[in-house]
Ligand binder design. Structure first.
Ligand SMILES: Cc1cc2nc3c(=O)[nH]c(=O)nc-3n(C[C@H](O)[C@H](O)[C@H](O)COP(=O)(O)OP(=O)(O)OC[C@H]3O[C@@H](n4cnc5c(N)ncnc54)[C@H](O)[C@@H]3O)c2cc1C
Length: 409
């Protein structure tokens, strides 16, 4: 006999945890299928989340998931000049955060199935040839599972989009980091816009408590990522700091970087189908500028749960009904196309041009009102009119859009 449920959530990352929590709170019968034997490891995240995101999601973070309360971001340019974005946030112990979230979902009534890997999904139809539910197969004793709705939070692998051949070329970027020790911090995360060390990406030093820090980068040069990271560490003030295995890794294995890939081409054209919604990275929801994705994964999980509850209560989980999900996130999420335009222009600037733009920005960027932005734009264009043709204005605008409304950095 198949196991039955209202909602099958695939994946217990931030998107899946949020989808399961909100679905269970709305009275749905939920199963979470997670491929791994434990939640959240290996960590594939710089682990930072802005305060704006935490407030927007109404998260009451327990102390054990917080590695550091930070003041904001320092953006560092190739000439070593820097500008502050003072807007507080958190560095998390991401795996503990994900476990905390899923535990809340379980407390609310969701059933967690670890070591359950979904492998195939098949639509079932009623006597009128209308979609009725999904039949899901995989490895793990709970399969086969029948669910009215699948919430796919399988991350960058985007399982359902692949299985259903939902047409979309998704571009990804690679990210890797070391945990380093004895790293001093003044409460700011350091983001280096230094193309030499991270072509089409950036380098970070994300501090944690007790002198720990995630030192990493993202770059489109997938094969060269670790080489670039090693070069940065070697050439920077971090050269003498010890590298270590993070706490969640078996301490006897050789110290090595950890990370993964991140979708960067924006959301998929369609993030829904009959009885299906795509959440988080599986939908392509990462912020296109600095690639943060936890906030949008958590929020899209919440939206998908709300749409599921309504559709199931009205007995209609058809594709037409679930379109509401796309309408909702499109209204609230950042304007991807505009940000992508700015990002492309940003990475076409030379190191000298990037440093020049940095020097035109105010020391503190968080309080930039429309007049200051206009002043910065004019300063750049008067001193280096050629930069107008390099679309530098769209670069400046994309920073604003990225932080728009309740998204933070
Ligand atoms: C190096 C790096 C640094 C990053 N830094 C940040 C940062 O500082 N801040 C930030 O906000 N974002 C950051 N991100 C992005 C962030 O990690 C992701 O956007 C976020 O984790 C997406 O959440 P998710 O729930 O959609 O997917 P994931 O966190 O990837 O979770 C997917 C889950 O699905 C499971 N799964 C996959 N396939 C199956 C299957 N077939 N059956 C069952 N389970 C399955 C996986 O095991 C996993 O647990 C970073 C990413 C990388 C790679």
């Amino acid at each position: 006999m198949p196991t039955t449920c209202d909602v099958l959530v695939i994946g217990a990352g931030p998107g899946g945890g949020s989808a399961a929590l909100h679905s269970a709170r709305l009275g749905l019968n939920v199963i979470i299928a997670e491929d791994h034997a434990e939640i959240g490891t290996p960590v594939h995240c710089g682990e930072c989340l802005s305060n704006l995101a935490v407030e927007n999601l109404k998260l009451d973070l327990p102390e054990q998931v917080i590695a550091l309360r930070c003041k904001g971001i320092r953006v560092i340019f190739p000439d070593s000049g820097s500008r502050l974005l003072t807007e507080p946030g958190y560095v998390l112990e991401k795996h503990l955060f994900e476990r905390w979230l899923v535990n809340q979902a379980v407390d609310a009534g969701a059933e967690l199935r670890l070591s359950h890997k979904v492998k195939s999904i098949q639509k079932q139809f009623n006597s009128e040839n209308k979609f009725s539910n999904w039949k899901i197969e995989g490895s793990g004793e709970a399969f086969p599972i029948e669910a009215k709705v699948i919430l796919d939070a399988s991350g960058v692998h985007a399982l359902c989009a692949k299985l259903l051949e939902m047409e979309d070329e998704v571009e990804v970027i690679s990210g890797f980091q070391y945990e380093m020790h004895e790293v001093e911090n003044d409460g700011y995360l350091d983001f280096y816009l230094w193309p030499k060390y991270s072509p089409h990406g950036y380098v970070w030093m994300i501090p944690k408590n007790e002198g720990r820090a995630n030192v990493g980068l993202v770059t489109t040069d997938k094969k060269g990522a670790i080489r670039y990271l090693d070069a940065f560490v070697e050439d920077s003030y971090l050269k003498a700091n010890p590298k270590a295995n993070p706490q969640w890794r078996n301490q006897s294995v050789k110290i090595k970087p950890f990370g993964g890939t991140i979708p960067i081409s924006g959301p998929r054209q369609e993030t829904y189908d009959d009885g299906l919604m795509l959440i988080g990275d599986a939908a392509g929801f990462t912020s296109p500028l600095f690639e943060g994705g936890s906030h949008l994964a958590l929020k899209s999980g919440m939206f998908a749960a709300q749409v599921s509850a309504k559709a199931i209560s009205e007995g209609d989980v058809s594709k037409a009904k679930l379109k509401t999900y796309q309408d909702i996130w499109e209204k609230e999420f950042p304007p991807y196309n505009k940000i992508l335009k700015g990002k492309t222009a940003l990475y076409e600037l030379s190191e000298e041009e990037l440093s020049f733009v940095g020097r035109c920005l105010p020391k503190e960027m968080s309080s930039m009102g429309p007049l200051t932005k206009l002043g910065v734009g004019l300063k750049i264009l008067i001193r280096k009119p050629l930069l107008y043709s390099r679309k530098v204005i769209s670069v400046l605008l994309s920073f604003g859009y990225s932080r728009a409304k309740h998204h933070g950095w």
